[in-house]
Design a protein around this ligand. Sequence first.
Ligand code: TYD
Length: 143
Amino acid sequence: MIQTSSRIYHCGIIELDKHHHEKGNITVAENMDTIPFDVRRIYYLYDIPGGESRGGHAHKALSQLIVATSGSFNVTLDDGSVKRTFLLNRPYQGLLVVPGIWRELNDFSSGAVCLVLASHVYDEEDYIRDYEEFAIDKHAGKL
Ligand code: TYD
């Protein structure tokens, strides 16, 4: 049987294009160039209270690029077998999260802004919010 289930090693940091300038820096991300999917939606988390965590779910089809445009936070990814934590603290780095990966975001610094570039529009049906359901689907190779 061909293993189609996504794994942690399919995720990782993408270095975004950055332009240094004495008046300030610019970082650019373009569809299918720096980002390996077409962006259909962006959203951002901000004013996150100290000690709060976000995420706590997986997606069936959604790919995301997560960027700490300001401040820092941790993203822990879990493919049902392996967990890996990424510290995001550079506005020119994005964490690619492929479908079928459980994620938790925490340790937000004061003033942190978490920008998410997403491959699909919002669809609650695409979420798996129950870890047991995620683990069962993952081990069955459905996710
Ligand atoms: P959720 O994705 O669970 O947040 P996080 O992973 O950051 O903790 O979304 C939180 C709520 O926001 C959810 O109940 C629905 C709403 N929401 C939208 O309406 N549209 C969106 O694009 C997103 C991402 C969330």
